[in-house]
Design a protein around this ligand. Structure first.
Ligand code: MRU
Length: 376
């Protein structure tokens, strides 16, 4: 079950945007989400008391972005365990709620493994549920740490690639604290550049059709006091040709073993533009987004979303929380709506992870970078 209420007023005062938290209410534990469908107009919290509600929130993009999906998956598994639901079934359903971001299945798997280990070592269901919750909390914490490390590595990389500062960075989709336990992935690097006084402008692609750039990245950039300008996705080419882009920074939903990067649809055209204009195209993602079990980009499952997301524009929710939509195409128009695209490794200048920077992007280098997480 899900319930909605206005986010606490204190949230509006700070620039950090906590997107998800676990809360022990008198009536039982819940997962509290900042409902990203309602941003930037309303800061509304969505309270999930069970796994079906969380799955609905994931599919409907109330909670989204690769690292946060992993955290949500892990807490979802813990929620099922603490509330006494069938944990194995919950794991199966949660892991498949959306197909592309590998973090989701990863987070579920980690909490499930902790639960199983506890049961195998003789713990009762209560202790096993505690183990699953502890694992979810650990993942949440690690993601925040990874975020800070990626920001530091990413800033160093920018300083090397573009000596002199004053960066004009183009970004796509939303990669800030709304997708992470910390300040995010690509956005965290832009934010570090801003703190260092080196960000001249953040160019924010609106990110059709669901406008994660316009609704969410602009919201986060504004709160962080960053100089930003919004553009339609199709205006990016003009910006490159005018020499207004120094680097592209994006996140990733899944990185295959060969270094192919699945990210929000529209990323691949930016990589092509960046190569043509000799601009660095940098992917920022934690190693939890790397899927060494998927050999190449063509093997990554790209989520296909309903056509109405293209043929209709959602309007702001009314006072009752009901959203309407305005048609922008003739009734019955077919729409092609892949949520992601895949950029081949040869178009990626560098991949920034919490373990360091990989450039050039090679299969062996990526495996070695991921190995450092296991051995460290
Ligand atoms: O469909 P979404 O909004 O979940 O897509 C999110 C993205 O594509 C982000 O760019 C990606 O998850 C990287 S954020 C770390």
């Amino acid at each position: 079950m899900a319930d909605q209420h206005a986010a606490p007023a204190s949230r509006s005062g700070s620039s950090a945007v906590p997107a998800l938290r676990w809360e022990d209410l008198p009536e039982g534990p819940v997962i509290v989400l900042l409902d990203q469908r309602r941003l930037p107009v309303d800061e509304t919290e969505l309270i999930c008391t069970d796994v079906p509600a969380l799955i609905e929130a994931i599919r409907g993009l109330a909670v989204r972005g690769a690292p946060l999906l992993g955290i949500a998956g892990a807490y979802g598994l813990a929620l099922a365990a603490v509330r006494g639901f069938d944990v194995e079934e919950a794991a199966e359903r949660l892991a498949h709620a959306r197909p592309t971001a590998v973090n989701l299945a990863y987070g579920v798997r980690r909490a499930l493994a902790a639960h199983r280990v506890a049961l195998r070592s003789g713990a009762g269901p209560e202790k096993a549920a505690e183990a699953a919750l502890a694992e979810a909390r650990a993942l949440h914490r690690e993601d925040a740490e990874a975020s800070a490390d990626m920001a530091a590595h990413g800033l160093t990389l920018l300083q090397e690639l573009l000596p002199g500062g004053g960066y004009r960075i183009l970004t796509h989709c939303n990669t800030g604290s709304l997708v992470s336990g910390g300040e995010g992935t690509a956005f965290a690097v832009a934010r570090a550049a801003h703190r260092a006084g080196e960000l001249r402008r953040l160019w924010v692609d609106e990110t059709r059709p669901l406008l994660q750039g316009a609704r969410l990245t602009a919201y986060e950039a504004g709160r962080a006091g960053m100089p930003y300008t919004l553009l339609t996705d199709s205006a990016a080419g003009s910006l490159f040709s005018a020499g207004e882009v120094d680097a592209v920074l994006i996140g990733a939903d899944r990185i295959a073993a060969d270094g192919s990067v699945a990210n929000k649809v529209g990323s691949y055209p930016l990589a092509v533009l960046a190569r043509y204009h000799h601009v660095p195209f940098v992917v920022v993602a934690p190693t939890t987004t790397v899927d060494l079990g998927t050999q190449e980009g063509a093997a990554i499952e790209v989520e296909q979303r309903p056509g109405h997301e293209v043929t209709e524009l959602p309007t702001t929710a009314d006072a009752t929380g009901t959203t309407a939509s305005v048609p922008v195409a003739p009734v019955g128009a077919q729409a092609y709506n892949p949520a992601f695209d895949v950029t081949p490794p040869e178009l990626v200048t560098a991949i920034v992870t919490e373990n360091g920077v990989l450039s050039p992007v090679t299969e062996a280098g990526l495996a070695e970078l991921c190995d450092r997480s296991r051995s460290g």
